[in-house]
Ligand binder design. Structure first.
Ligand SMILES: [Zn+2]
Ligand SMILES: [Zn+2]
Length: 183
């Protein structure tokens, strides 16, 4: 809409001569007149004759200078809105960046904490393992000692039985009845 003008300037038109006018262009239809009005329907700058007699007869028109001021105001308004939106997005981005940094730091400290806890647990487990092995060794030694004593007692019994059986054997070999009965 704001593109009023530029293509409408006839080649070689004296632009500086109409410098006091907001538009400053010649009417494309009436080249001897300044295009001081703006046709809202066509979005073109036209002269005062156009809405009365020309191609823009009956079209709604406004002063080009006022129309330009309105567009300027609108543009400023949009610029401010864009700046506000940009500010908001910058704020959002900063917040998210902060959150990301905090998350990273939190993850790191969690890992350090976990490493400490697991080191502690491993030390405790190593201690438990050593104690359990010691317990097994001690009980094994005690039981082996008991076994050795039982083996010794069995061997003693075997010795006794051997001696007895030798004796009985020698008696049984006695052929003399008197000797046999008196041993
Ligand atoms: Zn005109
Ligand atoms: Zn028009």
């Amino acid at each position: 809409m704001a593109g009023a003008g530029a293509p409408h300037r006839p080649p070689g038109a004296p632009g500086a001569a109409e410098a006091e006018d907001a538009c400053g262009w010649r009417c494309p239809e009436h080249s001897d007149r300044v295009a001081e009005l703006f046709c809202r329907r066509c979005g073109r700058c036209v002269c005062a004759l156009c809405p009365l007699l020309g191609a823009h007869r009956g079209h709604p028109v406004g002063l080009a200078r006022e129309e330009a001021a309105r567009v300027q105001k609108l543009t400023q308004h949009y610029l401010r809105q864009l700046a506000t939106k940009k500010q908001q997005q910058v704020g959002n981005r900063n917040q998210i960046e902060d959150a990301a940094e905090k998350l990273q730091a939190h993850a790191e400290s969690s890992k350090i904490w976990l490493a400490g806890k697991f080191t502690e647990l491993r030390l405790l487990l190593d201690e438990e393992e050593a104690l359990a092995k010691k317990f097994i060794d001690k009980n094994t030694q005690l039981t082996l000692q008991a076994y050795r004593e039982q083996i010794k007692s069995c061997e003693d019994q075997i010795d006794v039985l051997n001696r007895l059986s030798d004796r009985v054997c020698s008696i049984s070999q006695e052929s003399d009845p008197v000797q046999l009965l008196q041993t």
